[in-house]
Design a protein around this ligand. Structure first.
Ligand SMILES: Nc1nc2c(ncn2[C@@H]2O[C@H](COP(=O)(O)OP(=O)(O)O)[C@@H](O)[C@H]2O)c(=O)[nH]1
Ligand SMILES: [Mg+2]
Length: 202
């Protein structure tokens, strides 16, 4: 994908503040600090389009970015961060759920998981819920550079089992080495293209 432009549009917490729904959108979700913002920056080849942080739980808003004036990337607030009070957690969950279940232009969700962590019930439930909503899902195992090739394979297998998915449904990614970047783009393009209206098939 050739990136001609990548611009921050706005931050929102509720539908009335979302930008107009006129471009197809891809949402990025995952736990706080997993590397959502870093993945977006890697995809658009900008180091600082999205602020990244070593302090978990910073991004508490939906952040909209327009790419090539053709589609949007939406950086969702991280979920499942233990040190966040229960009430705040609930509001975050609500904010994400509202966006994902009501946004008419949503074409797909990228779920990012740290390759070193075996996916748990949180991820399973979330994937199931996305399927029920009919939202195409791209699964990315990130920070692959933190593991040896052998351990990467082990973790991919473990994730496959935990999530009941096929090997080709998991993309191994590293922002550091750019491993898997092409595959993530391919999967995202696929979601964006699925948009094409039905042809005149008999
Ligand atoms: N080694 C390595 N570090 C990463 C990778 N992706 C993200 N990080 C680091 O993980 C931390 C959190 O990243 P960030 O993108 O802010 O996470 P977010 O909270 O999910 O948006 C930062 O210190 C990043 O530099 C990766 O692929 N490899
Ligand atoms: Mg972030």
């Amino acid at each position: 994908m050739i990136i001609k432009s990548a611009e921050f549009v706005l931050s929102a917490t509720k539908p009335s503040n979302y930008p107009p729904a006129d471009l197809p959108e891809i949402a990025f979700s995952g736990r706080s600090n997993v590397g959502k913002s870093t993945l977006i920056n890697s995809l658009v080849n900008r180091r600082h389009l999205v602020k990244t942080s070593s302090t978990p739980g910073r991004t508490q808003l939906l952040n909209f970015f327009a790419i090539n004036d053709a589609f949007m990337f939406v950086d969702l607030p991280g979920y499942g961060y233990a040190r966040v009070p229960e009430k705040v957690k609930k509001d975050w969950g609500q904010m994400i759920e509202t966006y994902l279940s009501t946004r008419p232009t949503l074409k797909g969700a990228v779920l990012i998981i740290d390759i070193r962590r075996k996916p748990g019930e949180d991820e399973q439930n979330f994937i199931l819920w996305l399927h029920q909503q009919g939202i195409p899902t791209v699964l990315v195992l990130t920070k692959a550079d933190k593991l040896s090739k052998t351990d990467q394979k082990k973790q991919i297998l473990a994730a496959q089992k935990a999530l009941s998915v096929l090997p080709e449904e998991l993309i191994c990614f590293s922002a550091k080495t750019r491993l898997g970047l092409d595959l993530v783009w391919k999967a995202i393009s696929h979601c964006l293209e699925a948009d094409t209206p039905p042809t005149n098939e008999p």
